[in-house]
Design a protein around this ligand. Sequence first.
Ligand SMILES: [Fe+2]
Length: 131
Amino acid sequence: MSTISDFNQKSCAVTDGEHRIQLELLQALCAATQENCSPASAGEILQQLVSYSEAHFMSEELLMRLKSYDDYEDHVSDHIHMMEVLAEIESAHASGKSALVSGQAESVLEFIKQHIATRDQRFADFMLAEE
Ligand SMILES: [Fe+2]
């Protein structure tokens, strides 16, 4: 029989997988900008990262709402911040400012690693504590 705790464990496993993909896309973007890849391939990775992050944040936010999560507002403000920086990176990329893209990609990578280790971890602990 399926229980709330089974659902919560599966949700956490799915979310972990999404975090891995998000980190891989960011690492690929950092590598592409440092290795002077063609702007087209960096742009393609950036586009995938933006779309993936939008979808991932939306599903995480829905799950937090479903669970009446108590740190929702602060958690979502991190997501908003990250999407704003990604939009800045997109515009730097569109105007050919590759050094700026590279620096910002590095700082987003640090930011999201920190977010996953703190706010996302707190939400996972909250879910797994629910019986
Ligand atoms: Fe999150």
